[in-house]
Design a protein around this ligand. Structure first.
Ligand code: FNR
Ligand code: 8K6
Length: 346
């Protein structure tokens, strides 16, 4: 059953993956204090180069996108050089790697950049920053239309920087309640201008980012992750369904490299989506879909065989097993993931 995972898969005319197992994006908080990727990070990714595609940990597009300590950036020459070291190491081992482009919006914290947090609307989340529990989340400033246009330009520049840094493409982080996702849910988007209120308006900024990046680096190198089901730092709202119905339909014409679900456990069901997130997205999007969320190679291969998605992303097991792909292929036992493993890059 898992044999099918080892078949090559063409994302499009220019990118063919060696197998169907993707390394999911995994924030590790191990960049240096200038948010530059280190040699240890290059080694960590190179050890995982036999994944069909590595999706990098989320990479912030500019300083006010930072919500956790030591998350890498892609906006200074030093950061681009640091990533070049990572992508060269992965390519030397025959692998492929996309950069995940990130702005955390209201999940950012001024502690990291010394300015004001920004979001679609001035609605804060409860709670504190993981690993820095003394930092309570702040009320963000609602973005002006000029600031929204600047953000689109900054995403586009980060995508160009990713290509300069040797990445094979980018995955826009539109999931997990960060900035782009904040426009797509009513909990975080209370705007009454052209960026809020209706599905067309709420999808306007996310589509502008997609279109700007496609224009800059091409649709074959542009992918997107989405979370129609709210499950972290976001309250679900049944009206969100219409927003994603519209958004996914619009995405069909963009001919992206792939669309990726953002969820921790794909067994979760959402009333307003009529079931699992992956099944909902599949029902509204016909092109390459990446499934994720507490799958094993066996359950993931079964889901692919059942037509539920096309490619399988693996997260935590890839932290515990740098040689995940070889272990699955050779039917060797896997090391079980535990949160303590996050302390070190193995
Ligand atoms: C994540 N996840 C995540 N998602 C994302 O889009 N960008 C990111 O930077 C991160 N960072 C991250 C760090 C850690 C420590 C974990 C555990 C998870 C979510 C991840 O990509 C994936 O969706 C989930 O882990 C579910 O897949 P698994 O782990 O069940 O295979
Ligand atoms: C320093 C922290 C790095 C943060 C990156 C994201 C890490 C993941 C933790 C988020 C937890 C969300 C889990 C929610 C699951 C809910 C299921 C109902």
């Amino acid at each position: 059953m898992t044999a099918d995972l080892f078949q090559p898969y063409a994302l499009n005319a220019s990118i063919t993956l060696n197998n169907k197992i993707l390394m999911a994006p995994l924030t590790r908080c191990q960049a240096d204090d200038d948010l530059v990727p280190t040699q240890a990070m290059a080694d960590y990714y190179a050890r995982r180069a036999d994944a069909g595609l590595i999706i990098s940990e989320a990479v912030i597009i500019r300083p006010d996108g930072q919500g956790y300590p030591n998350t890498p950036g892609l906006f200074t020459p030093e950061q681009i050089q640091g990533w070049l070291r990572v992508t060269s190491a992965v390519h030397a081992k025959g692998g492929k790697i996309f950069a995940q482009l990130w702005h955390t919006g209201r999940v950012a914290h001024s502690h990291f950049f010394g300015g004001q947090t920004v979001a679609p609307s001035a609605v804060k989340i409860e709670g504190t920053v993981p690993r820095q529990r003394e930092l309570a989340y702040e009320t963000p400033k609602a973005l002006t239309t000029d600031e929204i246009a600047q953000l689109v330009a900054d995403y586009s520049q980060a995508a160009a920087n990713a290509i300069d840094a040797g990445f094979d493409g980018v995955e826009i982080h539109g999931a997990n309640a960060y900035l782009i996702d904040q426009f797509l849910h009513h909990d975080s988007n209370r705007r009454d201008d052209e960026f809020g209120g209706t599905p067309e308006n709420m999808a306007r900024f996310p589509l502008a980012v997609v279109d700007a990046i496609v224009k800059r680096i091409g649709h074959e190198r542009t992918a997107l992750r989405v979370s129609p089901g709210a499950y972290v730092n976001m309250q679900g709202d049944s009206r969100d369904r219409a927003v994603f119905d519209y958004f996914l339909t619009q995405l069909e014409s963009r001919k992206l490299a792939y669309l990726h679900v953002g969820i921790f456990d794909d067994a979760l069901t959402f009333d307003y989506l009529g079931g699992r997130v992956s099944d909902y997205v599949r029902g509204h999007y016909s092109q390459t879909l990446v499934g994720v969320g507490s799958y094993s190679a066996e359950t993931g291969a079964q889901a692919i065989a059942d037509g539920r998605f096309d490619l399988l992303a693996i997260g935590r097991p890839f932290i515990a097993n740098p040689d995940y792909v070889v272990r699955v292929r050779d039917r060797q036992p896997l090391v079980t993931y535990s949160d303590e493993m996050l302390a070190e890059l193995v």
